[in-house]
Design a protein around this ligand. Structure first.
Ligand code: HEM
Length: 529
């Protein structure tokens, strides 16, 4: 107790960061930041703090966060003198399963990332788009079979949940060649997870609470000394089933890869796992990954690529069904560009749909896939951010939820307005205006730790939104408030027009609830290109 008090006094009055503004208790201890993490509302708390204290806040004794485009560049840029913080070590499943995301040493991370990049080329994005489209079409078929919606509006559907199922199945198929089949009707042990959040989210929620706790260094010390084993033992059965499924799938996929080694390239299964197996260490010319590493990286794809894409898509749909002008404009663009949903393939025509891209960007801006900061630790020599110097060991970052609501940059920051991303004389949006907001927009992060799967993720989102809107009409389920803000949620979350998320390092969401019906036959439309 005496030690805690002494630490608190030191943190407030003697610590090198004592001049950085923030609430008294947050400057004294890590408990407030942890407290808000446990409730999943830390991003709202951070937003409140930025309104009170300005562009930089001390959120915990050793943690400084910023809300400014220049700060983002200074912290996450290619040459920034930082590394990933120990938070990422806490996230690891166990000491054997080291992934690119969890590698905090910059040189080792750069080496791993170089190998990983060989799996994310244009050719892999093109190859994987075919898998994605196949899943989307099946998903639509199931929705039609489950709901009598050929002519009438369907009953209310939780599209957020449906999108979870779709994205999971896609990622399983891409990562290790075996779909989870969660979207398929009938029993599925992997779907028997607590309805609210899927297994990966459950794990992340628990781990985020651990990693933002004041006991992180003890947790990291204890991990190889029994804690990992203990967590494995108390892991709920649905999550264990999920882990076992992943393990088993990777083993089977590896067997298939070896079996197909002798046959021509274009006859082999060319999913992400294929590209991982093919990757070579350029310095040795040997395969880049050992079996354990293949297992870990393939599992990382599931973690990194499922909830992120799912929450982004849910956000786009959530806002679109509430903004009929934007919805109509987007459908118009798609109908002019494509004859049918089947015509939507990944390529220049799809990429040329500027309004579609703007809607996706706007959805990702309002609901960033990670609402709080990706934490970075300042290395020896310190770091200058917004004209101030931060010493070695300081943890720094920017919180995307707050960056997205920076009114100095966006003006009407809370409004879903895709036009802000498109240069157009008619709307008065200039190239300078678009450049300014782009400098502040990093849903995939930037710099050495940015998203490796950005190309695949964008292709997936473009395909899902375009094919869905060409096949179905959507509308908000009458009376549904799922995902909305409300006065009881307090300052920063009162706006009913704001899609709410839970912070679990990744954003977790509920909704939107929608109704859908099959679109009239495309021949009935006019004005197509
Ligand atoms: C909308 C979808 C996605 C978003 C918004 C997104 C965003 C991000 C962000 C912000 C990071 C950095 C995390 C941090 O440093 O804490 C990241 C890392 C990563 N993402 Fe994504 N991601 C998405 C989809 C995907 C997909 C589909 C894949 C794989 C197929 C993927 C693979 C990765 C990997 C491997 C990393 C680690 C990169 C590294 O450590 O160098 N992501 N992603």
């Amino acid at each position: 107790m005496r030690q805690c008090l002494a630490n608190a006094i030191y943190n407030v009055y003697l610590h090198p960061l004592r001049h950085v503004p923030g609430p008294f208790w947050a400057r004294a201890s890590e408990v407030p930041s942890w407290y808000y993490t446990t409730g999943g509302r830390r991003h709202i708390w951070l937003w409140q703090l930025f309104q009170i204290y300005g562009k930089r806040i001390r959120v915990a004794p050793n943690l400084v966060l910023f809300c400014d485009p220049d700060a983002h560049a200074a912290i996450y840029g290619m040459k920034s003198n930082v590394r990933r913080s120990p938070f990422y070590v806490g996230l690891t499943k166990n000491i054997r399963e080291k992934t690119t995301l969890n590698t905090i040493d910059p040189a080792e991370h750069a080496r791993r990332r170089k190998m990983l990049n060989t799996c994310f080329t244009d050719s892999s994005v093109n190859a994987t788009s075919a898998f994605v489209s196949k899943h989307i079409d099946r998903w639509h078929q199931i929705m039609l079979d489950e709901h009598d919606s050929a002519t009438e509006w369907s009953t209310s559907v939780n599209l957020g949940e449906k999108v979870d199922h779709l994205v999971f199945d896609i990622m399983g198929d891409l990562a290790f060649g075996r779909s989870f089949n969660i979207k398929e009707p009938g029993d599925n042990a992997l779907r028997e997870v607590p309805k609210k959040y899927c297994p990966v989210s459950q794990i992340l929620l628990l781990k985020t609470k651990m990693c933002r706790s004041p006991f992180l260094s003890s947790i990291i010390w204890l991990k190889p000394r029994g804690l990992d084993r203990l967590v494995e033992l108390i892991t709920p059965p649905p999550v264990q089933r999920f882990n076992n499924f992943v393990f088993d799938s990777v083993t089977k996929r590896l067997e298939l890869y070896k079996k197909q080694e002798g046959i021509p390239e274009d006859e082999r299964r060319r999913d992400m796992f294929y590209f991982l197996c093919k990757a070579q260490d350029s310095s040795t010319g040997h395969p880049a990954y050992t079996e354990d590493e293949l297992r870990a990286e393939a599992s990382l794809f599931i973690i990194a690529g499922s909830d992120t894409a799912s929450v982004s898509l849910a956000s786009v749909f959530w806002y679109l069904v509430r903004a009929s002008r934007c919805y109509q404009k987007l459908v118009g663009e798609l109908q002019i560009t494509f004859d049918t949903a089947e015509d939507v393939v990944y390529g220049p025509k799809l990429m040329g749909c500027t309004y579609l891209r703007a809607c996706i960007d706007e959805g990702m801006r309002l609901v960033p896939p990670g609402p709080c900061e990706p934490p970075r630790e300042v290395l020896a020599g310190g770091l200058k951010v917004m004209n101030d110097y931060y010493p070695e060991g300081t943890i720094v970052g920017t919180a995307p939820w707050c960056d997205s609501r920076n009114e100095e940059v966006y003006g009407d920051a809370g409004v879903f307005r895709p036009e802000r991303w498109i240069i157009d004389e008619a709307t008065g949006v200039t190239s300078e205006m678009v450049a300014e907001i782009r400098t502040n927009f990093h849903p995939f992060l930037s710099g050495p730790g940015s998203c490796a799967g950005k190309g695949i993720a964008m292709a997936e989102m473009l395909l899902v939104v375009a094919r869905t809107l060409l096949r179905f009409e959507l509308r908000k389920a009458p009376g549904s408030t799922l995902g909305e803000g409300s006065p009881e949620l307090g300052w920063g979350a009162r706006d009913r027009k704001q899609f709410q998320v839970v912070d679990a390092y990744i954003s977790l969401k509920e909704g939107p609830e929608i109704q859908f019906r099959k679109r009239a036959s495309p021949e009935a439309k006019v004005g197509r290109k």
